[in-house]
Design a binder for this molecule. Structure first.
Ligand SMILES: Cc1cc2nc3c(=O)[nH]c(=O)nc-3n(C[C@H](O)[C@H](O)[C@H](O)COP(=O)(O)O)c2cc1C
Length: 152
């Protein structure tokens, strides 16, 4: 194998890595953003794998085995939702410099959601590389008037 082929092999390996993105989305805003992020990675030749927090795939997800992973959720009461906080608190600590990024969707009042969630992962020695906060039109199912029967 000459030098060129060796480099080629390395590049292929990098491209084979899948970046896990764990997300929660109640009314679809965060799921939509997660898909945009996945598409963004794809345009840079990097595969991402979306893992909904309430799917069975979440049990197999071990953050410490990845080079980088992402977590996204809606903002609830200026925080990541309780289910995401409970999940992240149970994760094992980092072993090999695993990095993470965060994103949320919110209605314009994210407060310290990123700061506080980031701190939990940093205590576990994961390395923060960035965050994205997207203000989205609130169309949460909780407030969706058309879902009430008396509206018919
Ligand atoms: C219970 C609840 C609490 C919320 N609290 C906040 C909040 O503190 N700040 C904010 O900007 N948006 C808040 N929102 C709005 C959501 O963050 C926003 O609609 C989000 O995009 C929903 O994401 P999803 O469609 O992925 O569930 C709240 C929504 C709900 C249902």
């Amino acid at each position: 194998m000459d030098e060129y082929e060796k480099i080629g092999t390395k590049i292929t390996k990098v491209n084979e890595v899948k970046i896990p993105i764990v997300y929660f989305s109640s009314s679809g805003n965060t799921k939509y953003v997660a898909q945009l992020i996945k598409n963004g990675f794809k345009s840079a030749n990097v595969e991402a794998e979306l893992i909904p927090i309430n799917s069975t795939k979440i049990q197999e997800f071990k953050p410490e085995e990845n080079e980088v992973f992402g977590v996204g959720a809606p903002v609830y009461a200026m925080s990541f939702p309780p289910n995401m906080v409970a999940w992240v608190e149970k994760l094992s600590s980092a072993k090999n410099n695993t990095k993470f990024f965060l994103f949320n969707t919110n209605a314009g009042l994210p407060g310290p959601a990123i700061k506080n969630f980031k701190r939990i992962l940093e205590k576990k020695k994961y390395r923060f590389i960035g965050a994205l906060e997207i203000v989205s039109p609130t169309r949460d199912s909780v407030f969706e008037l058309s879902s009430f029967k008396y509206n018919d």
